[in-house]
Design a protein around this ligand. Structure first.
Ligand code: ATP
Ligand code: MG
Length: 316
C-alpha cells in the first residue's frame, strides 16, 4: 500500500463562541481543538484507513498532546512529529463575523512548527512515502518551504505523485517569497485542488474553461475545483465531471476543504473512478461542516457511504 505524506503546521484552534469582529475585548472561547490544514488533511486520510504520516513539530505541552493523541487515534503515523521540550505548540484563535468571514490571531511562525528540517528519522519516513500533499498554508516559513521542496524532489525522483491545495488566506499571500514557492510547487503538481478563485492564481486565462486548459497543458494531470456548498468539479484531459454539494446545515466551515482533499486524494490514489472519488470527497466536506471544530467532522469510509445513501443533494 502507498503511504501518503504531508508536511507543515500543527496547531490548536480556539474558537469564539459568539460572532463579532476579532479579539480586542474579552469573549467566551471554546477549545483547544486539534488543527492546522496539513494536520486536518492527514487526520482524514488516517480515518479512511490509508497509511499516512506528517512531518511537523509540536511543543511538549498540552496543545501538542491534543494533536498527537488525536492523530494517533485516527491512524496517522506520528513518528515524524518532533516534540520540542523548549517549544510551544502553534495556535489559532478564530472568531466568525456576522457576515460569515473570519478574524484570526495566529501563532505559527514562532511556534514549534516554525522551524522544520529533514533529519535521519524524517528522511527514512520520506523514503516510505509515495505521495506528498502540499498545503499552501504550510509555506509560512523559509525552512518549511525548503523541507517541502526537498520532499517533492525525493518523491518525484522515485516516481511518486504530488497533490497541491493552495488553501490561500489573505494573511499568508503577502509573505516574502510566497508566490515563488507556490509557483514552484505547482510546476511539480499532478493533482491540483483549488477552491473558487484560487483556480485563477496561476493562470492568465479569465474563464474557468481556459484556466483549466492552461493548467492541464502545463503538466497537471487532474484538477478538482471546490465550490463550497455548491459541490465540486473534476477536470482532466478527457473529461469534466460536476457534482452538487450535499444538503447539510453548516455549523463550522473550517476544515471542509482539507477533509474534501484528503478523501479525494486517498480514493484517487487507490484507483477509484474520478466520479466515485468526487462523491466521497463531497460527502467528506459536507460532513466536516456539520461539526464545530476543524477536525471533529472527519469521517470513516463507512460513515461516508452511509451519508451518501441517506442525504439529499443540493438543487442547482
Ligand atoms: P477551507 O475553508 O477548509 O479551506 P475550501 O475553501 O478549501 O475550505 P470549500 O469549497 O469551502 O473548500 O469546501 C470544500 C468542499 O466541502 C466543497 O467542495 C463541498 O464538497 C463541501 N462543502 C463545503 N461547504 C459545504 C456546505 N455548506 N454544504 C455542503 N457541502 C459543503
Ligand atoms: Mg481550502
Amino acid at each position: 500500500m502507498s503511504k501518503i505524506l504531508t508536511i507543515g503546521e500543527i496547531l490548536v484552534e480556539i474558537i469564539a463562541t459568539d460572532r463579532g469582529d476579532g479579539f480586542r475585548a474579552p469573549v467566551p472561547l471554546i477549545g483547544p481543538f486539534p488543527s492546522g490544514a496539513p494536520a486536518i488533511f492527514i487526520d482524514q486520510v488516517g480515518k479512511l484507513g490509508q497509511q499516512c504520516t506528517i512531518i511537523s513539530r509540536v511543543g511538549e505541552d498540552d496543545f501538542g498532546y491534543v494533536n498527537l493523541n488525536r492523530l494517533e487515534a485516527d491512524g496517522v503515523d506520528i513518528s515524524g512529529i518532533e516534540v520540542d521540550p523548549q517549544g510551544t505548540t502553534g495556535s489559532a484563535f478564530v472568531r466568525y463575523r456576522e457576515d460569515g468571514s473570519r478574524a484570526f490571531v495566529f501563532n505559527i511562525r514562532h511556534s514549534a512548527c516554525g522551524q522544520l528540517s529533514l533529519n535521519d528519522k524524517t528522511r527514512a519516513l520520506l523514503d516510505e512515502c509515495t505521495h506528498l500533499h502540499v498545503m499552501g498554508t504550510a509555506l509560512y516559513a523559509p525552512s518549511v518551504v525548503e523541507t517541502i521542496l526537498a520532499a517533492i524532489e525525493s518523491i518525484k525522483a522515485k516516481g511518486g505523485t504530488v497533490s497541491f491545495d493552495p488553501n490561500l488566506r489573505p494573511e499568508i499571500l503577502g509573505s516574502p517569497g510566497m508566490r515563488e514557492a507556490l509557483t514552484t510547487v505547482l510546476s511539480k503538481t499532478d493533482l491540483f485542488l483549488p477552491s473558487g478563485e484560487e483556480l485563477f492564481l496561476f493562470a492568465n486565462a479569465k474563464t474557468e474553461q481556459e484556466a483549466v486548459a492552461e493548467l492541464l497543458a502545463g503538466g497537471i494531470k487532474a484538477i478538482v475545483l471546490k465550490r463550497g456548498e455548491k459541490g465540486a468539479t473534476y477536470f482532466d484531459a478527457q473529461q469534466t465531471i460536476s457534482q452538487p454539494g450535499f444538503e447539510v446545515e453548516e455549523v463550522d466551515p473550517t476544515g471542509a476543504g482539507d477533509s474534501f482533499g484528503a478523501t479525494f486524494v486517498t480514493f484517487w490514489l487507490a484507483g477509484k473512478e474520478p466520479s466515485a472519488a468526487l462523491t466521497l470527497a463531497n460527502a467528506s466536506g459536507a460532513r466536516a461542516v456539520t461539526k464545530a471544530g476543524p477536525m471533529e467532522g472527519a469521517s470513516t469510509q463507512a460513515e461516508l457511504e452511509d451519508f451518501i445513501a441517506n442525504t439529499a443533494r443540493k438543487q442547482a
